[in-house]
Design a protein around this ligand. Structure first.
Ligand code: KIV
Length: 275
């Protein structure tokens, strides 16, 4: 049974300006996915800055082969549950595949995730012109946006698999996309599956915080899928992840260790990155 943890220490709520201050002060930002209230309470208690209801739930919760079948209805459902487990941790929710098909649908989806489900930020993949328009329109209506570039899982068919992006000539494209999403109004950027030197370049070039997943240790923060970092995702663990539950006694301890290692810079190490 889910019981709210009333013994959790009070923390100041995490805000978008607070995340920007963390980047300016060189304090690492910790982000982790959650899909229900019980995991959200663990994430909250461990002091994670941002809980992400990722459409990765399609793969790790629903057992689908990609994130593409996840619907807006399902994102609203999971975001509502996660919101009940949080108090200070900032809640971000993914825009599912095709929620960015046009600006008016993106606004509708953003309004549901924020107004109905309780998210404080929505995440949107890519930097195509219609995405930049949606980022701008959402931001103008006071819905903060987390952009997502590099290995964007909703583009799995275009990429021909879950492959590292931004190698060689493609690095310049990722860098210019990052500048474009910042210019469009994104509040933070998730950068996934790119060589570590590119992760560092993008992080230095942007004023907004860059949260890496397989993008090297120099990013302003890190994000992982919670089931990956607990070692319970079926199949081979991604190179960029680490089993934080190994040798520890509880989910709470594993998440606390992840928080401590991201804050100190101990995670990720070179073995979790790409060249
Ligand atoms: O869907 C998700 O969980 C994500 C993270 C991996 C960043 O997009």
């Amino acid at each position: 049974m889910y019981v709210e943890n009333s013994s959790a220490p009070a923390r100041k709520p995490v805000t978008v300006p607070g995340l920007h201050a963390m980047k300016a002060e060189g304090r690492k930002i910790v982000m982790l996915t959650a899909y229900d209230a019980s995991f959200a309470a663990q994430v909250e208690h461990a002091g994670v800055d941002i809980a992400l209801v990722g459409d990765s739930l399609g793969m790790v919760v629903q057992g689908q082969r990609s994130t593409l079948p996840v619907t807006l209805e399902q994102m609203v459902y999971h975001t509502t549950m996660v919101a009940r487990g949080l108090s200070a941790t900032l809640l971000a929710a993914d825009m599912p595949f095709m929620a960015d098909r046009d600006v008016s649908y993106a606004l509708e989806a953003g309004a549901r995730l924020v107004g109905e489900a309780g998210a404080a930020m929505v995440k949107i993949e890519g930097a195509a012109p219609h995405i930049l328009e949606s980022i701008h329109a959402l931001t103008e209506r006071a819905i903060p946006v987390c952009a997502h570039l590099g290995l964007t899982p909703q583009s799995v068919h275009k990429f021909g698999g879950y492959k590292v992006q931004g190698r060689a000539d493609a690095a310049e494209r990722v860098l210019s996309e990052a500048l474009a999403v910042q210019q469009a109004g994104a509040s933070i950027l998730v950068l996934e599956g790119v060589p570590s030197p590119l992760g560092e370049r993008v992080t230095r070039a942007l004023d907004i915080p860059v949260i890496g997943i397989g993008a090297g240790p120099q990013c302003d923060g890190q994000v992982l899928v919670v089931y990956d970092m607990l070692g319970i995702t079926p199949g081979k663990r991604p190179k960029f992840s680490k089993d934080f539950l190994a040798g520890r006694g509880s989910v709470g301890e594993a998440i606390a260790a992840y928080v401590a290692d991201v804050r100190s810079g101990a995670f990720p190490s070179a073995e979790h990155g790409y060249n």
